[in-house]
Ligand binder design. Structure first.
Ligand code: NAD
Length: 497
C-alpha cells in the first residue's frame, strides 16, 4: 500500500513490507492523511535487535555527552514547535493552542532529560564498617519500550523516550495508530539532532505489534499510557514475563467546590478543565462535586459551558475540536443516552451538535448532567468526551468519601478559600495528584506523574526522579582494600592505625 507513513528502524526511515495498514484520518473531515502500516514480525524483531546492538556503545557514552545531544534535540523541538503543533492538529483535531500545549509539555520533559548527569548520581557512605565504604551507581537497563495513546501524541512519547535514552537505554516506541504523524516528526527531529543510530526505533501497529514487544525476551522495561483495560493486559503480560512495567491508565477526576470558593474562578476554571480538548485528557475534570450551597452555581456553570463552541483546529473562536474517531463519538453518544435512561438530568445535550460546513466531523457538543449518582454507568465509566457530571454533597467529608470510593485515582482538585478544608482534602483524598484552586494539577517534569488506584499499575511513575529510577538499575558497591603495604612503601607518608 502506498502513502504509508514510514517507520524508524536501525537509524533509517523505511517503508514497512506489511500488507495491513490503518488509515489515519483528519477527525474534522475524515480525509485520510496517511496510513499506519502494521509492522511485520520481522520488522519488530529487527527493531529490537538493532536497539540491543546500539545499547552496547550508548551505555558507554558519558552522561554529559548524552545530555549535550538531548540539548540539541530540545532546541530543535523548540524551533519546530509551531510546525509540530500543526501536524498534531491535523491528525487529532485539537485546536492550535491545545496542540501547542501538547508539544510544550513534552519539551519540558526533554529539558529535564538534559539534566541527566545529576539525576543519575548515586549515594555514598564512608566507613560503614571499619575501612569499608559503600557507594551506589545508577546504570541503564537496556532495551526499553513505550506504547502511547492518541490523546497527547507529542507529550506522551516525550514523557518516555528522551528520559530513557538520556539514562543510557535504547527505546522502541509504538505510538497510537490513530495519530502517528506527530511521533514520526519527533523521530525525524531526533535523527536530525545527531544521535547515534538505533537508539530510538519507531514501529507502527496495534495489539499484534504490542504483544510481540511485551513478550520479547530482549525488552527489559515497558512504559504504557492508555486505557485501563489495555493497561491491565500489558501490566499482567509484561510482569508475567518478569519485565519492569509502568502503566498510566484511565481516570475519573473530581473537582470539589466548597461554598466559600471564589465563584468566578470556579466557573472560569471548570469550563476549560472539563470540556477543553473535547474532554480527551486523562486529567480532565469529569465530575464536579458541589458541597452545600455551591450547587446554586450550576446554572451559571451550565451557561458558561454552553457558550463553548467546537470548531476547526485553526478557528480562534473554537473552544475545542472534534473527538478522535467516529467510533469514539458513537461511544460517547451511547454513554450520554445511557445517562438519560438511568435517570440523570441531561441539562445540556451536545449529542446532536454538528458543524454544517464539516458534517463528516466527529463532533460532540458540550454536555452537562445533574442529579448523577455513583451507581450510574456515566459515573463509573471514563467517558473521555466533553461531558461534565455534577453531583451534590452535604459535607466535605462526604465528598472525600465519594471520591475515595471511585475506582480511579489520577487527579482531583478542590476550590475553597479555607486552608483547613484544603488541608483536610489533600491529606485524606486517595488520589495521586491534587490541585488546590488549580483544576488540572499535572506536575511539572521535575516531579513525577503520580496517578493511583486504577489510574496506574506499577511502582515507579512517569518522568522526574521516579522516571529515572524506572529506566535504571542501582548498583551498590561495598569496598575494602587490603593493599595496605602500598601505604607504607618508600613513597608513602600515611601510617594506618
Ligand atoms: P488505548 O488503550 O485504546 O490505546 C493505547 C495504546 O495501546 C495504543 O498504542 C494502542 O495501539 C495500544 N493498544 C490498544 N489495544 C491494545 C490491546 N488490546 N493490546 C495491546 N495494545 C493495545 O487508549 P487510547 O484510546 O489511545 O487513549 C485514551 C486512554 O488513555 C484514556 O483511557 C486515557 O485516560 C488514557 N490516558 C491516560 C493517561 C495517564 O497518564 N494516566 C494519559 C493519557 C491518556
Amino acid at each position: 500500500m502506498h502513502n504509508n507513513i514510514p517507520m524508524y528502524i536501525d537509524g533509517e526511515f523505511i517503508q514497512s513490507q506489511s500488507t495491513r495498514a490503518i488509515p489515519v484520518t483528519n477527525p474534522a473531515t475524515q480525509l485520510v492523511l496517511t496510513n499506519a502500516p502494521c509492522a511485520t514480525q520481522d520488522e519488530v524483531a529487527f527493531a529490537i535487535a538493532s536497539a540491543k546492538t546500539a545499547f552496547e556503545s550508548w551505555k558507554e557514552t558519558p552522561s554529559p555527552e548524552r545530555a549535550r545531544l538531548m540539548m540539541r534535540y530540545q532546541q530543535l523541538l523548540k524551533e519546530h514547535h509551531d510546525e509540530l503543533a500543526e501536524i498534531l492538529s491535523q491528525e487529532t483535531g485539537k485546536i492550535f493552542a491545545d496542540a501547542k500545549g501538547d508539544v510544550w509539555r513534552g519539551i519540558e520533559v526533554v529539558e529535564q532529560a538534559c539534566n541527566i548527569s545529576s539525576l543519575m548520581m548515586g549515594e555514598t557512605a564512608e566507613n560503614v564498617a571499619r575501612n569499608i565504604d559503600t557507594y551506589s551507581y545508577i546504570q541503564p537497563l537496556g532495551v526499553c519500550a513505550g506504547v502511547t495513546p492518541f490523546n497527547f501524541p507529542a507529550m506522551i512519547p516525550l514523557w518516555m523516550f528522551p528520559l530513557a535514552i538520556a539514562c543510557g537505554n535504547t527505546f522502541i516506541l509504538k505510538p497510537s495508530e490513530q495519530d502517528p504523524m506527530t511521533p514520526m516528526r519527533l523521530a525525524e527531529l531526533f535523527h536530525e539532532a545527531g544521535f547515534p543510530k538505533g537508539l530510538l526505533q519507531v514501529i507502527h501497529g496495534d495489539k499484534e505489534q504490542v504483544d510481540q514487544i511485551i513478550n520479547h525476551p530482549d525488552v527489559r522495561a515497558i512504559s504504557f499510557v492508555g486505557s485501563a483495560h489495555v493497561g491491565q493486559h500489558i501490566y499482567r503480560t509484561g510482569t508475567h514475563n518478569l519485565k519492569r512495567v509502568q502503566c498510566m491508565t484511565g481516570a475519573k477526576n473530581h473537582m470539589v467546590i466548597m461554598p466559600d470558593a471564589n465563584k468566578s474562578q470556579v466557573i472560569n476554571n471548570i469550563v476549560g478543565a472539563s470540556v477543553g480538548a473535547a474532554g480527551q485528557r486523562c486529567m480532565a475534570i469529569s465530575v464536579a462535586v458541589f458541597v452545600g450551597a455551591s450547587k446554586d452555581w450550576i446554572p451559571e456553570i451550565k451557561e458558561a459551558i454552553a457558550s463553548v463552541r467546537p470548531g476547526l483546529w485553526n478557528d480562534e473562536d473554537a473552544g475545542f475540536g472534534p473527538v478522535i474517531s467516529p467510533q469514539a463519538r458513537t461511544r460517547i453518544l451511547s454513554l450520554i443516552e445511557q445517562g438519560k435512561q438511568e435517570g440523570a438530568n441531561c441539562e445540556l445535550d451536545g449529542s446532536t451538535f454538528t458543524l454544517p460546513e464539516y458534517p463528516e466531523g466527529n463532533w460532540v457538543g458540550p454536555t452537562l448532567f445533574s442529579g448523577v449518582t455513583p451507581d450510574m454507568t456515566i459515573y463509573k465509566e471514563e467517558i473521555f468526551g466533553p461531558v461534565l457530571l455534577t453531583m451534590e454533597s452535604e459535607s466535605l467529608e462526604q465528598a472525600v468519601e465519594l471520591i475515595n470510593n471511585n475506582a480511579f485515582g489520577n487527579g482531583t482538585s478542590i476550590f475553597t478559600e479555607s486552608g483547613s478544608a484544603a488541608r483536610y482534602f489533600q491529606h485524606n483524598i486517595e488520589v495521586g495528584q491534587v490541585g488546590i484552586n488549580v483544576p488540572i494539577p499535572v506536575p511539572l517534569p521535575f516531579f513525577s506523574f503520580t496517578g493511583w488506584k486504577n489510574s496506574f499499575y506499577g511502582d515507579h511513575h512517569a518522568y522526574g526522579k521516579q522516571g529515572v529510577r524506572f529506566y535504571t538499575e542501582t548498583k551498590t558497591i561495598t569496598s575494602r582494600w587490603f593493599d595496605e603495604e602500598a601505604l607504607h612503601g618508600p613513597n608513602m607518608t600515611i601510617t594506618l592505625k
